[in-house]
Design a binder for this molecule. Sequence first.
Ligand SMILES: [Zn+2]
Length: 270
Amino acid sequence: MKISHRIGVDVDKALGQALEDLNISITAVPEISGTTSTTRMIVFDIYEDDPSWDAVQQLLQGHEPSDVADAEFTSSEVREASWCGLFGPQLGYPQPIDTFQTTTYDVSQRCASCRAGVVQTAPFRLKKPTRWERRGLMQLHWVPGEVFVSRGLWSAVFEPAGVSHRPVANRKGNVVDDVVQLVAEEEADVVVDEFERSDCGACGRSRYVQGPGYLPAIDGAAPQCSLFRTRQLFGSGWETYQPLVVSRAIVNALLDSGRTGPAFVPLAGG
Ligand SMILES: [Zn+2]
């Protein structure tokens, strides 16, 4: 696993030169014409195992850079992991955008701040999805814990593994045939001691931040199923979720399917 950082920072001539002297390949962000600033905005990518990583961090001290960190796993790290978190591209929004919470969930126990405590009572409604057969799997904005798969991928990979599913509806609420929502019948505890907390200030629920890198290891015996949710909550602000985790057999079947949608984050602990 390697952690990459995409860093954006406002630099003067000296700092820009110092970065280039470290062989950092910087890209200047186009300036607004007519500005007379003596600094310029640049972006660059760097891995934490880059020999210049420590020096770059020292140079940037006090310059308030933006930093988007991401984890890159090798193919064998993903294929050989016992369990992986299952994610996909976030394409589209649950429908109707303004009222999906109340049309999809029983919200009587919902925390107004973190939105935990909802119980799904109706199918998610989607705009007509596109390119299902190429992607096979996707997520929606605003509901990071839910994964949707094409009927074809469901039949090929998830159904034989005994995974449950729910129907999905179109914008009008009519069930559609070409996509289903994955359902976890079980939850398992994971070891979150090392994870940053983001507890909800309103309801007091414990919550953790999923940073770049491995998801936490299973705490105790692994569940006897192919797909489960972490019992622990993750997220921040009003996004609260329990990641879906799938077995090595499902990970490898999804990779072998050639679909571009599935993305994996291995759990720590092998
Ligand atoms: Zn809350």
